[in-house]
Design a protein around this ligand. Structure first.
Ligand code: PLP
Length: 490
């Protein structure tokens, strides 16, 4: 019986995963991390990735998935951490199930607020229930308008056992050197901050908790593994770091250069950042902190926030924001692709961001043929040899998830006795095979390993040759590929 690993296999390095998680922590020392492991952890294996992350020295505050099915499956493996449900629920039964299972749904549409009404917890037996309120700051995919968000906050803030989180998603933060990306993102940030400011006011005015209750709840929440009290957050540092990050050069540049010329918007952002300061100090008597900024923060607002002792936390950044926009880190970050070692950025690949590839996809040479100049290779004769060539056949194809769109010259690595060689893909990708030009590697032999992407060949680079992104490459690796997990235990 041949061992199935000999055809096509993926090696998942859990040490690399933990390195990337630690990188998130370094970049956002003060934010809570919700590790995004939807779509089978971007094709890496949700159960194994969750296990490796849970055993990491970098604690996460929770996990995020897209569908209720994913959340319920994960709940059977992860018992004591929150699970954020990014796509939310569609009916009352799903809403109730979320709350029973300690799943934190995203409320992205007004209809969901009424669905929730019937199942909100009447006691805080299980600690506070987080509900994520999603604001459409410009992506126009999921998210409510400003008015709908404010209504949702008004409704939820009346429940003492609910902790709303104000969230949005950046649509175009992957290319901040591009003026279009920069100004689009600046507008999103402005809208987010403005709307949060108003939502904060409503929340502080409406929420029944007193400051004392809040302090106690924070402790409860901490015990529940959702350590996000603003002054002693998961990062172990004061969230004054957020204020710092709002003053970050890049952010200032993008915010001030572009659409934020208008004073009102700047003021709002400034107030938004000041709220961090107040909020950070929410559990203390921080007269000094408040008075130093009193001129800029409205007295009413300061009083409301201080009196209520409640702060509406914010979440905006996924990998792109985490890597390039400290001003978006705020209270909770949602890293996805960077955990797997790939970069979401248009101009930088994973290694340039100090990320390590978690998945190495490999296969083997199963045939080597001499093909004469002028002969073509594979379906539709998309490649013609310009000289006599040595062509390798590798036993992986689109049936395994290798992209059919990969063009001629997409690199692969051939591991021979003499070392690792970069060779070009030639001809069309078929279901079970690809063909590569081995002419420059006379040492290559049948059975040599061929790496399609991994440590020494970023998936980001392969994705560019296939007119896609590494996210898609990872997610599309099929069950025909054998998965091996390395360094599961530390
Ligand atoms: C709402 C939301 N947050 C976070 C993420 C993670 O994004 P990334 O993989 O770019 O870090 C996603 C990904 O689609 C998302 O939709």
């Amino acid at each position: 019986m041949p061992t199935p690993t000999r055809r096509a296999w993926a090696t998942i390095d859990c040490n690399a995963l933990r390195h990337n998680l630690a990188r998130v922590r370094t970049l956002c020392p003060a934010a809570a991390i919700y590790a995004v492991i939807k779509s089978n952890a971007y094709g890496h294996g949700m159960a194994q990735v969750a296990q490796a992350i849970t055993s990491s020295a970098t604690p996460v505050a929770g996990f995020a998935v897209a569908t209720l099915e994913e959340a319920l499956t994960l709940r059977t493996q992860v018992h004591d951490l929150p699970i954020l449900l990014l796509n939310g629920f569609v009916d009352a039964d799903e809403a109730a199930l979320c709350l029973q299972q300690g799943i934190e749904p995203v409320v992205h549409s007004a209809y969901q607020v009424s669905l929730l009404a019937g199942c909100l917890p009447q006691s805080k037996k299980q600690g506070r229930q987080r509900i994520w309120i999603k604001f459409n700051s410009g992506m126009n995919r999921l998210g409510m308008s400003r008015t709908e968000c404010l209504r949702a906050i008004t409704s939820l803030a009346q429940h003492p056992h609910i902790e709303p989180i104000f969230m949005s998603h950046l649509a175009y933060a992957d290319d901040m050197d591009n003026p279009a990306s920069k100004s689009f993102t600046a507008k999103q940030l402005q809208l987010f901050q403005d709307t949060h400011l108003k939502a904060q006011q409503i929340f502080a005015d409406t929420h029944p908790n007193s400051r004392d209750t809040h302090s106690k709840n924070s402790r409860d929440t901490h015990l529940n593994g959702v350590s996000q009290d603003s002054q002693t957050n998961e990062g172990g540092q004061e969230t004054a770091g957020n204020l710092q990050s709002l003053q970050d050069t890049h952010a200032n540049e993008s915010l001030e250069d572009e659409s934020l010329q208008d004073t009102h918007a700047k003021k709002s952002l400034h107030e938004g950042s000041l709220q961090d300061t107040h909020a950070n100090e929410g559990g203390h008597d921080t007269e000094a902190g408040v008075s130093s900024h009193q001129g800029q923060l409205s007295q009413d607002m300061a009083n409301a926030v201080r009196a209520a002792g409640n702060r509406l936390k914010r979440s905006l950044a996924a990998s792109a924001g985490i890597l390039t926009l400290p001003s978006t880190h705020l209270d909770l970050v949602r890293p996805g692709v960077m955990l797997y070692g790939s970069s979401p950025l248009a101009r930088q690949m994973g290694p340039a961001c100090d990320l390590q590839a978690v998945m190495t996809l490999s296969s083997r040479l199963i045939a080597i043929n001499d093909v004469g100049a002028g002969e073509s290779i594979g379906y539709n004769a998309t490649y013609t040899c310009t000289s006599d060539s040595r062509i390798g056949v590798v036993s992986i194809g689109y049936g395994d998830g290798y992209p059919r769109s990969a063009e001629n010259a997409t690199p692969v690595l051939v591991r021979t006795a003499s070392g690792i060689h970069r060779c070009p893909l030639i001809g069309r990708v078929s279901m079970d095979m690809i063909t590569i030009d081995l002419s420059a590697v006379p040492a290559a032999q049948i059975d040599d390993e061929v790496v399609l992407w991994g440590d020494e060949l970023p998936a980001d680079e392969v994705a560019r040759h296939a007119n896609t992104i590494a996210y898609e490459l990872f997610c599309k690796v099929t069950s025909r590929v054998n998965f091996h997990y390395e360094n599961m235990e530390i």
